[in-house]
Design a protein around this ligand. Structure first.
Ligand code: ZN
Length: 105
């Protein structure tokens, strides 16, 4: 079973033996379906391709931005706010590699 990711919006779906028929996010009127058709990837495929990496930038003391390059989905940027007792991850990105997971803690 695989967790398929919509390449247009970057949303990951629950485990399935086959690609979803459609993406609920992209079919919503505020989003769009890729004119070349629906396509899917898995996180494992992204990691194994070696094509993607996350750029973690210190924006200011206690605030980091995390962005995937090359851009994936709608080019989301996550922000990590580092607190004294706990951290807050604001928004999320699709591509999570071991380095990013360890950085976020
Ligand atoms: Zn989608």
């Amino acid at each position: 079973m695989k967790k398929f990711i919509c390449t247009t919006c970057g949303v990951q779906y629950t485990e399935s033996n086959h690609e979803p028929d459609h993406c609920h996010i992209c079919e919503e009127e505020r989003q769009y379906v890729n004119p070349e058709g629906q396509s899917w990837k898995t996180l494992d495929e992204m990691v194994q391709s070696g094509q993607y990496k996350n750029v973690i930038t210190k924006e200011e003391k206690g605030l980091y931005s995390i962005k995937t390059t090359p851009s994936f989905g709608i080019g989301q940027t996550a922000y990590l706010i580092v607190g004294e007792e706990r951290n807050i991850l604001w928004d999320c990105i699709t591509y999570l590699d071991p380095y990013t997971i360890e950085f976020i803690g």
